[in-house]
Write a protein that binds this ligand. Structure first.
Ligand SMILES: Cc1cc2nc3c(=O)[nH]c(=O)nc-3n(C[C@H](O)[C@H](O)[C@H](O)COP(=O)(O)OP(=O)(O)OC[C@H]3O[C@@H](n4cnc5c(N)ncnc54)[C@H](O)[C@@H]3O)c2cc1C
Length: 436
């Protein structure tokens, strides 16, 4: 159901968002709902999401209800009935949450869904347009003037706005120009890992056991030495998304490159045979270098006329599936902090509140993704044996301790991630420090 009373600002700002990824579209929907005039500039000539899956956790799916797209997305989702962590070599279950979908709804009041990225991006794009946002595709930003503020598109066109939003992802031009104002530069840094991303269609697979895996939606991890695999269904069980996370062997400076199905299978030699059976269906596959970036000092420009969100300011390892989810949170909070503006003069206070609500959390999630890598990638040995003993000791029990699978850690990481409510957080902040 739509947010029954979306607040609308007393003054409508002209907001230009750079990038129509999930973060940019979240900001577009949220800022349009708050009554502002929104223009999104997207460099790609067509919407650019890649043809792969995405885990959407309750902290983001609760926003879909507020944006009135939850029910429209439901038929496109797969809702995992269990989540399991397995030993890499034989698939033995180390940790299991049964009735995972019900557990999520009960605890967080919003679903855990696996979606095809293209479905989500298309739905958010359509909703943004429905709410009055304008989107220009093939409009690549080449430069930004943080004084005016204004931006220059490739081709020379100059556009002014009251507020610019840098949502242009890991390789952000906004970030490059922003740092240049301080005489600084930085660049995406290798994390040391890469991802093979695979999507299989159930109706192209004859093996009935594999089809059952796909039809009965679940989330499975296989944790191995220096690597892990995650697999889940998409589109109500029509498709299967598999991601292999492994040590990076791509040349320096190469972010994405075609891999071969045989080298990929070779890399999982000695792993659970069911994985090899899935991988035997792969014909083509790409390798993606996983990158991160140093923390920025600030996400807001000195004149409070520019703000960052998403991968442009907090790219992370995908090991907690929070990159997109947290960029959706960013966009939602941005919309909420500018929904109560009574005049443009209050914009600096609103953006300071946005930064205060988002920066610490975004950067903490980044750090947690590296901690998850440590726990999922342990080499066989005493530390791994201790980890497995702990996981096995909690089979069938409440996971009320610090747990190697943060996805299931009920005492700590899971409620911190999935329990986050962008709207409630902003309302509490506005109540304790209203704009003057
Ligand atoms: C293997 C893998 C699996 C993942 N799985 C998950 C998951 O399950 N759940 C999850 O939450 N996250 C996941 N992530 C992370 C997630 O994909 C990203 O964090 C998220 O998509 C970032 O969104 P964004 O909008 O900030 O950036 P992007 O999606 O990168 O969007 C940026 C947009 O800006 C445009 N752009 C760039 N430069 C310009 C310019 N100069 N002018 C105009 N437009 C420009 C781009 O074309 C693009 O459309 C995964 C990542 C990887 C690598």
């Amino acid at each position: 159901m739509a947010d029954p009373t979306p607040r609308r600002a007393a003054v409508a700002l002209n907001i230009t968002i750079i990038g129509a990824g999930l973060g940019g579209l979240s900001a577009a929907i949220s800022c349009a709902l708050a009554g502002h005039n929104v223009l999104v500039l997207e460099g790609a000539k067509q919407l650019a999401e890649i043809g792969a899956g995405l885990q959407i956790t309750p902290n983001a799916s609760r926003l879909f209800a507020q944006w009135d797209i939850l029910e429209r997305l439901r038929p496109l989702a797969a809702e995992p009935t269990y989540l399991a962590v397995r030993r890499y070599s034989d698939g033995k279950i180390l940790s299991l949450t049964e009735d995972f979908n019900d557990d999520m709804m009960r605890k967080y009041g919003a679903p855990f869904w696996d979606l095809h990225r293209v479905d989500l991006q298309r739905m958010m794009y359509d909703r943004a347009i429905e709410l009055g946002a304008k989107v220009r595709l093939g409009a690549r930003v080449a430069d930004i003037d943080f004084e005016t503020p204004s931006l220059t598109l490739e081709g020379g066109e100059v556009l002014n706005a009251d507020l610019l939003v840098g949502a242009d992802g890991l390789w952000s031009k906004c970030r490059e120009r922003f740092l240049a104002t301080e005489g600084k530069t930085d660049a995406p840094l290798p994390t040391g890992d890469l991802a093979y991303r695979i999507v299989l269609k159930a109706d192209e697979i004859e093996d009935t056991e594999l089809r059952d895996w796909i039809k009965n939606a679940s989330v499975n991890f296989w944790a191995g030495p220096g690597a892990h695999v995650v697999a889940y269904s998409l589109r109500g069980g029509e498709m299967f998304n598999i991601v292999l996370l492994q040590p990076d062997d791509l040349p320096e400076g190469v972010a994405r490159q075609a891999g071969t199905a045989s080298e990929m299978r070779e890399s999982l030699k000695g792993w659970d045979p069911v994985l090899t059976r899935f991988l035997n269906h792969v014909k083509e596959v790409d390798k993606w270098k996983l990158m991160h970036r140093p923390e920025l000092d600030s996400w807001v420009s000195e004149k409070s006329n520019f703000v960052f969100l998403g991968d442009a300011c907090h790219p992370m390892l995908p090991y907690l599936a929070q990159g997109a989810n947290s960029s959706l949170e960013d966009g939602a909070v941005l919309g909420h902090v500018i929904a109560t503006l009574e005049s443009k003069v209050q914009l600096p206070q609103a953006l300071a509140m946005y930064e205060q609500l988002r920066k610490k959390r975004g950067e903490a999630i980044v750090r947690e993704t590296f901690a998850q890598r440590h726990d999922f990638h342990m080499p066989d040995g005493p530390e791994q044996e201790q980890r497995d003993r702990l996981m096995l000791s909690k089979l069938g029990k409440k996971i009320d301790v610090k747990f190697p699978s943060r996805w299931q850690c009920e005492s700590d990481v899971q409620p911190w991630l999935y329990g986050y409510d962008a709207k409630a957080e902003t309302e509490a902040a506005l109540k304790s420090s209203p704009y003057t």
